[in-house]
Design a protein around this ligand. Sequence first.
Ligand code: SF4
Ligand code: SF4
Length: 190
Amino acid sequence: MSRKPFVRRVYWNEPAMNWWERFYLFEILRGLSITGGVFTRNMWRWITGRKGALTAYYPEEIRPDYARHNRGKHILTQRPDGRPQCIACNMCATVCPARCIEIEAGLDPDDTPHPKYAKRFEIDYSRCIFCGFCVEACPEDAIRMVPETPGLPAQDRWHMWIDRDALLNWNPQRDVAKPYPPKPGKGVPT
Ligand code: SF4
Ligand code: SF4
């Protein structure tokens, strides 16, 4: 049986450009004036010996004023055999106030204790508000957040969807709760 192609959700408030924005030139000039204004203000503060913008050279430098429990990017945790801990229960997607988690469940009858798994698990980081509700809702400790945020910025919103394999295979430095990567084993089902 052929599967229906997946159609990504269209948000109710998907931004639409008006003719002014479509013309680009005015918006480019507006953007330049904002950037130029901030640059001039900071430069003036710096020249006059006052505190201007504080710039952190991420990732070499991390801002020292982040709260200890600051939340960053998500990780999907793995079982010792490398399979996702996620059982595709959809609780994280249900509780997510930004509605930015999409999950498609798969069935693995050979895995009797966990026959359901996340075939597709994606987070739209252009919408995520880093509230951590998904982590709190998860009954399996299958999703966590750590303060690091590598690879989140993108040139457009469609490149800010991060998929299951990227979330599973990411190896954050600051999640001390569980060793990563997992032991080699059965591998991740597709
Ligand atoms: S951190 Fe909050 S907004 Fe982001 S995916 Fe989790 S529940 Fe949704
Ligand atoms: S990450 Fe947790 S809450 Fe979300 S679908 Fe998987 S098991 Fe359920």
